[in-house]
Ligand binder design. Structure first.
Ligand SMILES: *Cc1c(COP(=O)(O)O)cnc(C)c1O
Length: 345
């Protein structure tokens, strides 16, 4: 007998390339990417740079490598400090990379669901010229916030943070793993959200549904320098057009439909919030991530998994559910029924 239907809310990284995307990959024009000759990679880089309003783009194997290279570009060895939210990806999910690879001192802020204010940045700045203190060097913003629950930074708040960064000569980096979710949810163009940052990137292996790939953008000069680290760290590829073709396909077909993921997340949040014992404010669910608490998270998670519903973890012993293109509205209803049984047990 077949097991229960699998409802995979573990992460939007769980998407599989669709038949159309696989066809585009199979038919991609390719050449040696390391020699900058792959036409599909080149087209993707140009397209993402234009989408984000930056001069140039660089195709990389992962979002983690985008953050790692960007931090390395901005942070100079010798006590430079990066300001970012305590729940930001470089702190919670990059194996200590900022310290190990960039020698970065990190100054974590306690933002509101991952979003800090210009005043918090100002208060975190180190007095310049002091021999005792690290040197404030970089501000990093995550749009949307992952462990903050998929929250969208309002454009004004982003601009306010950038203004403080500029005033004090800091570099600014935008972790846009889910920038397109922010854009679809808010109606703000990605280039507006990415304006004023020295580097910004998009992930294609999250809700956009490609199997692999991210594009880091910035000035021509910074991207040229980024190429050195891509080469140094073994991220340069060969006939990578087969991968880039999936990303091009994603931009053509999988952006507007993110609104469906957001609707599914809202429905899930409302349903969960109505169950006894669940702590969650559905008004805070703006995109495709739902973070919530239950009385016995480990038991709840185990009972859900036994019925085929997969969840993941968030800070503070909470659970995280993420909607994506391989999750249907019907599956959300079935997930709610499973959650109800798991709470009753
Ligand atoms: C997933 C994620 C990353 C890393 O991207 P990968 O492609 O998984 O390496 C970075 N930042 C945020 C906010 C993410 O959600």
């Amino acid at each position: 007998m077949a097991g229960p239907e699998r409802i995979n809310l573990y992460s939007d990284t769980q998407t599989r390339p669709s038949p159309g995307m696989r066809r585009a990959m199979a038919e991609a024009e390719v050449a040696d990417e390391q020699r900058r000759e792959d036409p599909t990679v080149n087209a993707l880089q140009e397209r993402v740079a234009e989408l984000l309003g930056h001069e140039a783009g660089l195709f990389l194997p992962s979002g983690t490598m985008c953050n790692a290279i960007a931090f390395r570009l901005h942070v100079r060895p010798g006590g430079d400090e990066a300001i970012l939210d305590r729940t930001a990806h470089p702190i919670v999910a990059e194996a200590g990379g900022p310290a190990a690879i960039s020698g970065a001192m990190l100054n974590p802020l306690d933002g509101d669901d991952g979003r800090f204010t210009p005043e918090q940045v100002r208060a975190a700045l180190r007095e310049p010229g002091s021999r005792y203190l690290p040197r404030s060097r970089l501000v990093s913003v995550e749009q949307t916030t992952n462990m903050g629950g998929g929250r969208v930074w309002p454009l004004d708040q982003v601009r306010g943070v950038l203004e403080v960064a500029r005033e004090h000569g800091l570099r600014a980096h935008l972790d846009g793993a889910r920038l397109m979710n922010a854009s679809v949810a808010s109606g703000v163009a990605p280039a507006e959200f990415a304006a004023g940052f020295d580097t910004a990137w998009l992930d294609f292996s999250k809700g956009l549904g490609a199997p692999v790939g991210a594009v880091l953008c910035g000035s021509r000069e910074l991207i040229e320098e980024a190429w050195r680290y891509k080469q140094m760290w073994g991220g340069a590829l060969r006939q990578a057009g087969v991968l880039a073709a999936a990303c091009v396909y994603a931009l053509d077909h999988n952006v507007d439909r993110l609104a469906e993921d957001h609707a599914n997340a809202r429905r899930l949040a409302k349903g969960l919030a109505s169950l006894p014992g669940v702590e969650l404010d559905p008004a805070k669910v703006e995109t495709n991530i739902v973070i919530f608490s239950v009385p016995d998270p480990a038991g709840f998670e185990r009972r859900c998994a036994a019925e085929g519903l997969e969840l993941s973890h968030a800070p503070g012993g909470r659970l995280r559910a993420v909607t994506h293109l391989d999750v249907s509205a019907g599956q959300i209803e079935r997930a709610l029924a499973i959650a109800r049984r798991a709470l009753d047990a």
